[in-house]
Structure formats: C-alpha cells, structure tokens
Design a binder for this molecule. Structure first.
Ligand code: MG
Length: 262
C-alpha cells in the first residue's frame, strides 16, 4: 500500500494512494482517506479524493531523521574517503523535512549545494535494541529522500548540523510504500531531466538490517522516524531554479525545485 499524507480543506489526513499514473504525473491517482493513523490498525474510509486536488505533505513528521554516510563504495570514493568499517550516523532535524513539490531554499551560507538521492526507511513502531531478525517488524515502509548538503560547509565544519540540517534539506516523499522488498531497487537522481545519479540499493555496504541494529543499540526509534541509507555516486551541484527529482523503483518520484531565499 502507498500511504500519503496531505492537506485538504485545511485538515491534515493520511490516505491510501490508488490507481496508476504516467511517470512524473499524479493524473489518475486517487486517495482513499484513512480513518486513524498508519502507525496503528486503521481502516480505509471509502471517501476518495483525486490526488491532484490535494497538497501532498511530507509522508511522515519524524521526531528525528537518522542519516548514514558513505554507505555506497563508489560514493565514498568520489568523496575521497575511505569506506567506513562500521556504519556512521548523523542527524537531520525535524525542521529540515519538506514534502514532494515543496521548495528547497538555497541557504545564504553556502556556494556549493549538492543533491544526494537516498532510500528512506520509515519506522512503524517504537523500538530499541532491535535484533537483526526483528528489523522488518519495526519498518512501516519506504520512501524517497534527498539528503541535500552544503558541501563546502560540510568540508569546513567538523559537525554537519549546518551543512546537512538547514531548513528544507530533507525532502521526503511522495508517499510511503509499505509492500516492497528494498534489497535491489534502482535509485536515480535527475536535475532538470538530466541524469546525475544511478545506482542500486544492492550496492549498499551496510544493509538496512545493519543500520537499524546499529542505531537502535544507541537510541529508541519512534513511529515516523526516518533512516536515510546513504547515496550512490554522482552527487553534484544544485542551482536556484533547478528541479531535482529522486526516483526509486517501486516507490515513485520525489520532486523539488530549488529557490534562492529572498
Ligand atoms: Mg547522504
């Protein structure tokens, strides 16, 4: 099931996305409004609205986004660094999250804004110290993410709070796909329709199981928390006016425009 979060007539709701649409379009898609929330048992109301008539919101409002770095060997190489032996994580704050169709605001303090297409894992239940064999039980589903990064600031500053945590640096969407085997999916990033990144999730160094075991050794994850799983090679610059799109096989396309903050 594809679960979207959206606003309609000033209210926020979740809905199951039904129907098929041509790539890059929402034509033909309908939302069946969910009674309740997707983190507990819920029912479909049977009340349907065309997706084109609502504003999509970020599919979840995470308490925290835990992002893993250098989890694809070819990206670690292009960054001029070693492949880490163990996973390493950093945070993106809840205020960095935007949805598909929202604008990425080019920060004033960088001259080198980069895209990073990533598979995002959405946590479905509160959990800590999750054993490998239970990881699938704590996952609600998967969505597309862009770990937007001020690369020059990342090089200059030891901690990445500003480089990777500024407002609008974490586009997520367009929805959460709950029925998906994430182990070998095509992941792609285009800028203004030109391909920049192309990889497969099977190229991850540390698996989704590894990442969730690693982070839950240290902290509790809450329903709606998001894990970013790293980016394949091909990261590159964004400019004001660009349209950046992250597409993951079996999920859909997350599209955002870059604007210069006035
Ligand atoms: Mg990243």
């Amino acid at each position: 099931m594809r679960i979207a979060r959206f606003s309609i007539d000033g209210n926020v709701a979740f809905g199951a996305v039904e129907g098929e649409s041509p790539p890059g379009s929402t034509d033909g898609l309908v939302l069946d409004i969910i009674k309740g929330i997707p983190f507990a048992d819920f029912e479909l109301s049977g009340t349907k609205v065309p997706l084109s008539k609502v504003r999509l919101l970020p599919p979840v409002l995470p308490n925290k986004v835990v992002a893993f770095g250098r989890n694809y060997a070819d990206h670690a190489k292009e960054m001029g660094g070693e492949v880490p032996d163990a996973p390493f994580a950093f945070f993106k704050p809840s205020t960095s999250v935007i949805g598909s169709g929202d604008e990425i605001a080019y920060p004033s303090f960088t001259e080198e804004l980069h895209h990073e297409a990533e598979l995002a894992v959405v946590i479905g239940r509160m959990c800590r110290e999750v054993p490998r064999e239970r990881v699938k039980d704590v996952i609600l589903g998967y969505t597309c993410a862009n770990d937007v990064t001020a690369r020059d600031v990342q090089r200059r500053e030891k901690q990445w709070a500003r480089a990777k945590g500024f407002d609008s640096s974490c586009p997520l969407g367009p929805w959460v796909e709950t029925d998906l085997d994430p182990s070998d999916l095509t992941i792609q990033c285009t800028v203004n329709g030109q391909q920049r990144q192309l990889g497969r999730t099977s190229e991850m160094i540390h698996s989704i199981e590894d990442l969730i075991v690693n982070i839950t050794e240290a902290m509790t994850l809450l329903p709606g928390d998001v894990i970013l799983t790293g980016t394949p090679a091909g990261v590159g610059p964004l400019s004001a006016g660009d349209e950046v799109a992250v597409t993951i096989e079996g999920i859909g396309t997350l599209t955002n425009k870059v604007v210069k903050r006035g």
